[in-house]
Design a protein around this ligand. Structure first.
Ligand code: 4AD
Ligand code: MG
Length: 464
């Protein structure tokens, strides 16, 4: 029976038990006294376990040649460790080498610190580092917690389509899906490529958001959420933009803007609680090597109430700050990352929810406020990142919605299915989208979203 290293280090297996582990060598050290000390990892927890092999083992010569990255199966006895820093170790009865490292000198992930830029070049091997195995364990806890949170609160998980004809956000940053025969592209009368024949005759794209589809199910099942990949063909080279990212989108019937602002706050706090419960070893590593305030930041978050502030008031704060920003602060302009970070890091010093943005900078589906110039939008902003969630109360009144669609040059015929919700038993409803990578980035302190997803997709990078 194979043991996970986690189960051995957790005090759940009695010392003296014969155990077997399977994993990869992290470090080796040989003593003159005829012992080789191997630290073996299997990814089940942050730490590896020390294996002590002595020169009476048949293949001791081979064991001396082991190097970081080699795979092994070890059998032996679990014993209390005399060394400091670890509670248990394995006294090996056999060390089977399953896979050698071709050339130790050129093994890309040597046992030393590498830059994040370099590790992105070897994205297939970076999970072997402390940083990336810890990241994936935290990411996994958060993904499980997403489902736990919503399922506990009566939401249904809805699988929305990846291929779609609508541009939910209206930002035009769409990846086109094509079924055209590239070797024999159809031409229009003018001799240009006829893209109207895309996707079996209908222009289609990879989804930027499942929201519009989620609204239809919320208006029948009351509470739903999506959790899946979304795509943005924006040519961004920032720390917080990916071309392919995972989004969580709850949608709630009979809810207003304040309801979903509260939902966003509760949801984020729940994820953080689960990480603190399950991944303290990983978080201690991030706290030590990535972000010195990571744990404290997460621990204090549960006591903070997220400050709610109107867009108009946020502008006043920014103007009154006397700060010189690169981008202008003016009614009708969106807040830039520098503004968001000033508000959360310098002014409020905690997460905030900015609400009621000017209608001209927000998508067509947001509900018009009584002032006739703002919509019931919200962005949740956190220190270190800026926008982590964006949401709104949806326009449930048919006449208002049609008017906004007209302003946004949307064809009512194309969105008939969407406006039908307002024709048949319409209700106030609201929701938000949380970028999963931004959430993981916030929790771990890994500042670049390229480092919190296994295989990042950014402009010019679709390798692996
Ligand atoms: O603000 P966004 O564009 O909102 C929507 O898509 C809405 N339809 C959501 C809804 O109300 N159901 O995106 C939502 C969140 C952002 O706050 C951000 O966290 C993340 O998605 N996001 C990105 N994350 C990584 N890379 C990108 N290029 C992202 N674009 C948005
Ligand atoms: Mg947004």
């Amino acid at each position: 029976q194979t043991h996970s290293i986690k189960s051995l280090l957790n005090d759940t297996v009695e010392t003296g038990t014969a155990v077997e582990i399977k994993g990869w060598i992290r470090t080796t050290r040989d003593s003159k006294g005829g012992f080789s000390f191997l630290v073996v990892h299997d990814g089940s927890c942050f730490d590896g376990i020390q294996v002590v092999a002595n020169n009476e083992l048949d293949n001791y010569d081979d064991i001396l040649k082991l190097f970081t990255g080699c795979s092994v199966i070890v059998q032996g006895d679990l014993v209390e460790s005399g060394g400091k820093g670890q509670k248990f170790e394995i006294h090996a009865k056999s060390v089977e080498v399953v896979g050698w490292v071709e050339n130790p000198d050129t093994y890309p992930v040597q046992p030393k610190r590498h830059t994040m830029e370099f590790l992105r070049e070897v994205a297939h091997l970076r999970p072997r580092t402390n940083t990336f195995s810890a990241m994936i364990r935290v990411r996994n806890t958060m993904a499980q917690a997403v489902h736990q949170y919503f399922s506990q609160n009566g939401y249904f998980w809805l699988h929305t389509p990846i291929i779609t004809a609508s541009d939910c956000e209206g930002a035009g940053d769409l990846f086109r899906v094509s079924t055209l025969d590239m070797m024999n592209l159809p031409k229009t009368d003018k001799g240009e490529i006829d893209y109207s024949q895309d996707f079996f005759g209908k222009e289609s794209y990879l989804t930027v958001s499942g929201q519009l589809n989620a609204e239809t199910y919320a208006c029948a099942l009351s509470k739903v959420y999506t959790f899946g990949p979304t795509f943005r063909a924006e040519n961004s080279h920032t720390q917080r933009h990916l071309a392919e990212f995972w989004m969580i989108e709850p949608e709630v019937a009979f809810a207003d803007l304040n309801d979903v602002a509260q939902l966003g706050e509760d949801f984020l706090k729940f994820l953080i609680k689960k990480v603190l419960e399950n991944n303290m070893d990983d978080m201690k590593f991030f706290n030590g090597f990535v972000d010195k305030t990571a744990i404290q930041r997460l621990e204090t978050l549960s006591d903070d109430t997220f400050e709610r502030v109107n867009y108009a008031d946020a502008l006043e704060i920014l103007k009154a700050s006397g700060r010189k920003f690169d981008y202008p602060v003016e009614w009708g302009l969106d807040l830039q990352t520098e503004h968001e970070r000033f508000l959360t890091e310098q002014h409020f010093k905690k997460p905030i929810v900015v609400m009621n943005y000017p209608e001209e900078i927000k998508p067509f589906y947001m509900r018009m406020n009584d002032d006739g110039k703002t919509v019931a939008a919200m962005d949740v902003l956190v220190p270190g990142i800026g926008e982590i969630m964006g949401g709104a109360q949806r326009e449930e009144r048919l006449d208002y919605l049609l008017k906004r669609m007209e302003q946004h040059n949307l064809d009512p015929a194309e969105y008939k299915w969407y406006t039908d919700l307002r024709r048949y038993g319409t209700v106030p409803h609201a929701g938000f989208g949380a970028g999963f990578e931004r959430l993981v980035s916030y929790v771990t302190g890994l500042s670049n979203v390229r480092d919190v997803i296994a295989f990042p997709r950014t402009p010019g990078s679709a390798k692996f």
